[in-house]
Design a protein around this ligand. Structure first.
Ligand code: FCB
Length: 511
């Protein structure tokens, strides 16, 4: 992976990140001083999803496979699941948008499946795919719900992977830009919020370093179960191409569409926070390295036009260079930065040297808590600490010139049976959301320019880490029911009541 820290095999677990969210069951709901109306004018609250995770209808109406279809059909998920049907939003979008309206959502973040719209990745547009997204967007707009649209949410057409290794090739830039062009042209009259890529910092790590996500490329000893790949170089090359593709699509939007359509465009990265295990200079330096490799990898080029010096020093010649033109095009190629934040992770300096190989990202920083033993210890000692969000936002504000930020994902993972009484009465999730939203408000008061907040996820879906073994939804989906019936959780009711009350504080109605 990326470069630099020996991310132990479980960060590896595609962001055990979410697995390490620690919840203290005794955390009390705060006194309820916060209300929807405390947030600035124009601030938007919503919830999100992504195409492969929610749509289903994988082989219908002209859709061809994405790299996720290849991955799941090769039996690579821990529960052997696929997104073939998922939450079946493709067939239930009307009902779902109605549910969003009843919940009081102001915005819905979803992604377009590139391979549904342009099945071969380039060339002909699939009229039925076009029709589906037009219908979904129209339905949202009719209910007054803003569509916030991601162009590539960790999925790309399989044909491009087969043809030229997807985002490892410079050909990807042209194809992505042409796809973005189609989206701006077809949907830009109604879509005013565009996200080029979701979490490219994780896409390249899971897909090309650890190999535990599509396109399932990696090399020994950094990843397992890949038939091909090079963990020492591919994550950097992939990230580089994705950055250039982003910048190219933004330039196109700005030159041809923005003035008329009056929308905004940005990119979204996974943005965890890190705390040093000890106050030692080594651990503090480790924390900074982690931040540089995790956030700086993308934010430095976007704000300053080049990768962080730390990465240059450690990755050396394996880190691609930007031409002067690239840097120019990249700098300020965003109207907002999307941040997906779930939790903070403790980091500590690890003297093991792996830097002759790949995976520098994880080299000498161990993310503690990855073994089940330490995870257990952490669970009992670390409550949900929503201050991680305040620290993250303060860091981004100070280090990256206070950009406009949208929190595109924040949510709490639930495990196991997703429809039983306990899973529906998700008070832990309510506490988590309330606490993070309060943190957000404090950050705004502290000067961060945050424009929106989206719960991950609106409803249960195919989860990227472990299929249907975990869930984040405000609404539960019965995956054993052919109709995929939806059930409101306590968190849906809480969010709804928070959004509905202009003056009064949101209170959970029952426990
Ligand atoms: C994020 C992904 C999102 C979802 C959450 C739990 O990394 O962007 O699609 O799976 O994790």
């Amino acid at each position: 992976m990326v470069g630099l820290m020996r991310l132990s095999p479980s960060f590896i677990c595609f962001m055990c990140v979410h697995a390490v969210v620690m919840v203290d069951a005794h955390l009390q709901l705060s006194s309820g001083l916060m209300s929807r109306s405390d947030f600035p004018t124009g601030f938007v609250f919503g919830a999100g999803s992504s195409a492969y995770q929610i749509e289903g209808a994988a082989a219908e109406d002209g859709r061809k496979p994405s790299i996720w279809d290849t991955f799941t059909h090769a039996g690579k998920m821990i529960d052997m699941s696929t997104g073939d049907i998922a939450s079946d939003q493709y067939h239930h979008y009307k009902e779902d948008v109605k549910l969003m309206h009843e919940t009081g959502l102001e915005a819905y973040r979803f992604s377009i499946s590139w391979n549904r719209l342009i099945p071969d990745g380039h060339g002909a547009v699939n009229p039925k795919g076009l029709n589906y997204y037009n219908n979904l967007i129209n339905e949202l707009v009719d209910y007054g719900i803003e569509p916030h649209v991601t162009l590539s949410h960790l999925d790309i057409p399989r044909s491009l992977q087969d043809e030229y290794d997807g985002y490892l090739s410079p050909k990807f830039i042209e194809d992505f830009t042409a796809y973005a062009d189609t989206c701006f042209k077809e949907f830009g009259d109604r879509v005013k919020h565009w996200i080029t890529f979701n979490e490219p910092n994780i896409q390249t790590i899971t897909g090309n370093d650890l190999g535990n996500g599509p396109p399932n490329r990696c090399s020994y000893p950094f990843g397992v179960n890949c038939s091909t790949g090079n963990s020492t170089t591919e994550p950097y090359i992939g990230a580089h191409m994705i950055l250039l593709s982003h910048a190219s699509a933004v330039q196109l939007y700005r030159e041809n569409y923005q003035e008329i359509q009056k929308g905004q465009i940005g990119i979204t990265i996974l943005a965890l926070w890190f705390e040093p295990v000890c106050d030692s200079p080594d651990d503090i330096a480790a924390k900074q390295r982690m931040l540089d490799f995790h956030l700086g990898w993308f934010l430095d080029p976007l704000v300053y036009g080049d990768y962080p010096a730390t990465m240059r020093n450690i990755v050396g010649s394996r880190l691609p260079f930007f031409t002067e033109n690239d840097s120019k095009q990249l700098k300020s190629s965003y109207d907002f930065i999307g941040l997906n934040h779930y939790s903070s992770l403790p980091v500590e300096d690890q003297p093991i040297t792996f830097n002759k190989y790949g995976s520098d990202y994880i080299r000498d920083i161990s993310v503690k808590g990855l073994s089940s033993k330490s995870l257990h210890q952490m669970k009992s000692t670390m409550p949900v600490d929503s201050r991680s969000l305040q620290r993250l936002l303060e860091y981004v504000n100070l280090k990256y010139k206070n950009p406009a930020v949208v929190i595109h994902e924040n949510g709490l993972r639930g495990h196991g049976d997703n429809c039983n009484a306990q899973a529906l009465n998700d008070t832990e999730r309510v506490e988590y959301l309330q606490s993070y939203i309060e943190s957000l408000l404090l950050s705004i008061r502290n000067g961060s320019d945050v424009r929106g907040y989206f719960v991950w996820s609106f409803m249960d879906c195919f989860e990227l880490i472990d299929g249907y073994r975990s869930h984040y939804g405000l609404y539960a989906v019965d995956f054993n029911d052919a109709r995929r019936k939806r059930y409101p959780r306590m968190s849906a009711k809480w969010f709804s009541s928070f959004l509905a009350k202009e003056k009064n504080s949101a209170k959970i109605s029952s426990h």
